[in-house]
Design a protein around this ligand. Structure first.
Ligand code: GDP
Length: 593
């Protein structure tokens, strides 16, 4: 059976290439809005944190209608720290739109997801966006895309990709640059003609693979996924096939499909539909929702195991501001355990201290996003230095190894190899540069990666991209030499949190990764090996993407405001995480190594 009335696609796009604008334009033109309804909420829009980090953290679903066909659009997470999510999301779709800025061309950040999509044999449609830009160079960009596809191992059919030229901003799409157009129909038609409709067995026992978990205080856990086979109905009794081969029963209390930006309650859904199912407690990613009489599981999609842990504890420092809204153990515990409902590769456990919890995740980025999210919500707590999770296997101590992929402009290859060598990385592959970017692949102990992201961003002046995926556990070999002393600092003003790694090799060097923001009035500290500290106040308003060391333009030395040098020295010298709280400005830091 072929669901001719459905197409399921994912959009792969570098941040700022126009994904949100395009989806908005598709929504407006697809008739989901009544004439007087304004597009106010933009579901695909990145949250604040995503924008700062330049990566998609959450996957979201939207659906548009065109010529009687429903096009489900799913967003792809941009980072491998989020475990197998990329693969799970791509398994729901039959085609991908690679959206590329007509001037910037394909960016290395999208390579990881694109490679997965090509491996899964998905049909790509290349959308060249922003053709209205005066500096647009669509032909060269298409050549770059072609080369990238070749390099990523696209097959002949994938290399024969259809191209659509777009100005998402003006809501127009064309087959050829010279065509006249005043709408997106060429894009919609290309999706309908090139993306295969879902197909399978309709008259067969239900199977649905749970791809994402959402939760909501009214209906509880919500399982999202595509119906692979059969039909699902509201109030239906279903079987849930677990990872370990177990089968339990559950009931579909509420069933939704996606319609525009919203979820819409429906009575039934069929093969090929992407649905959200509420009412099954304890349902988890990777499990199959199946027919009650004939439960047959789909292959379980592994969730990557956590390899890094940090202790989260109540802030008991003498400088504690207690300015946060949520400061108690109870708050912390409830929030962390709540996070487990949707953050599937996270583990939370109790520790010997009743005020502290061990939180394990996929990498430093995974945990730092949680920390930042909680702080923005008003939680106040301390975190320890990250540790890797060791395991004893057959009496031998083993440690997690990651497969690290690095894309950097050629001039930084040397420094990257040198730094990673010192961190016990073993190079497994190096590809020649395209568009000036070289790709390096390494096997590296997870402990060697701790703290590397910031160093890497500094070394490559913010132009490098790194991704890592779990490789396996291997016996521990050798020591990783101590790195120079430095401090990880988080700043909070009323408006934002910023992290910087002050692992200064040279006195007075400031490192802030791309995506962090510095606001006027924010107090920042700079420390060096000799533990001197300068206190700077950022004068320039709202600087984003401060990349280079020593951005003097951004930071001017002025007499410290509301903070004494003694206090700064005290916090830099101590090994504990300390908070300095002059009025609304809080500052935290932790000595690394
Ligand atoms: P996203 O990060 O991929 O979701 O990107 P957005 O949709 O937020 O767009 C990023 C920026 O590019 C915004 O300032 C848009 O107005 C702009 N933009 C999007 N589409 C076009 C386009 O077709 N032409 C031009 N000139 N700008 C565009």
């Amino acid at each position: 059976f072929i669901r001719e009335d459905i197409r399921n696609i994912a959009i792969i796009a570098h941040v700022d290439h126009g994904k949100t604008t395009l989806v908005d334009a598709m929504l407006k033109q697809s008739g989901v809005f009544r004439a007087n309804e304004k597009v106010e909420e933009r579901v695909m829009d990145s949250n604040e944190l995503e924008r700062e980090r330049g990566i998609t953290i959450l996957s979201k679903n939207t659906a548009v209608f065109y010529k009687g066909t429903k096009i489900n659009i799913v967003d792809t997470p941009g980072h491998a720290d989020f475990g197998g999510e990329v693969e799970r999301v791509l398994k729901m779709v039959d085609g991908v739109l690679l959206l590329v800025d007509a001037f910037e061309g394909p960016m290395p950040q999208t390579r990881f997801v694109l490679k997965k999509a090509l491996e899964l044999k998905l049909k790509p449609i290349v959308v060249i966006n922003k053709i209205d830009r005066p500096d647009a160079r669509p032909q060269e960009v298409i050549d770059d895309v072609f080369e990238l596809f070749l390099e990523l191992g696209a097959d002949d059919e994938q290399l024969d990709f259809p191209i659509v030229y777009c100005s998402a901003k003006n809501g127009i799409a064309k087959y050829e640059l010279k065509d006249e157009s005043n709408n997106l129909e060429p894009l919609f038609d290309t999706i309908l003609n090139h993306v295969p409709a879902p197909q399978g067995y309709l008259e067969a026992p239900l199977q649905m693979l749970v791809t994402t978990i959402d939760s909501n205080e009214y209906v509880g856990r919500i399982a999202i996924g595509k119906i692979e086979r059969g039909t699902i109905r509201k109030n239906q009794q279903v079987a849930i096939c677990g990872k370990d081969g177990s089968i339990r029963s559950g009931k579909v209390v509420t069933l939704y499909t996606f319609n525009g930006l919203k979820r819409e309650e429906v009575e039934k859904a069929e093969l090929g539909d992407i649905v959200a199912v509420a009412g099954i407690s304890g349902i988890n990613i990777g499990e199959t929702i199946a027919d009650f009489q004939n439960p047959e599981p789909l292959p379980f999609v592994e969730i990557d195991e956590p390899t890094i842990s940090m202790t989260f504890s109540v802030n008991d420092s003498p400088f504690a501001g207690k300015e946060g809204e949520y400061v108690t153990t109870r708050h912390l515990r409830d929030r962390l355990f709540r996070e487990l409902e949707t953050n599937v590769s996270l583990r939370v456990s109790e520790t010997d201290s009743s005020d502290a919890f061990e939180v394990a995740g996929r990498g430093e980025l995974h945990l730092s996003i949680l920390i930042e999210t909680m702080r923005r919500e008003g939680y106040e707590f301390q975190v320890s230095r990250p540790k890797v999770i060791y395991k004893e296997i057959d009496g031998v101590l083993c440690e997690p190894i990651e497969l690290l992929t690095i894309d950097v402009p050629e001039e930084y290859v040397g420094i990257v190899i040198e730094k990673l060598g010192a961190r016990k990385a073993e190079m497994v592959n190096m590809s020649p540069a395209i568009n000036g970017y070289a790709r390096l692949e390494f096997k590296i102990p997870a402990r060697g990666l701790i703290g590397y992201r910031n160093e890497f961003l500094t070394d490559t002046k913010g132009n490098g991209i790194m991704n890592h995926i779990f490789y396996g556990y291997e016996p521990v070999k050798g020591e990783i030499p101590e790195r120079s002393r430095g401090a990880l600092v988080a700043f909070e003003t009323g408006e934002a949190t910023t992290y910087g790694l002050y692992n200064a090799q040279e006195r007075g060097t400031l490192f802030i990764g791309p995506g962090t923001q510095v606001y006027q009035g924010m107090i920042v500290g700079v420390c060096s090996r000799s533990e001197d500290i300068d206190v700077n106040v950022c004068k320039k308003k709202h600087l984003t993407n401060m990349r280079a060391a020593g951005s003097d333009e951004a930071l001017r030395l002025t007499p410290p405001v509301e903070m004494t040098l003694e206090k700064c020295l005290e916090f830099i010298a101590s090994d504990e995480l300390v908070e300095v709280t002059p009025k609304s400005i809080r500052m935290r830091k932790k000595i690394l190594n």
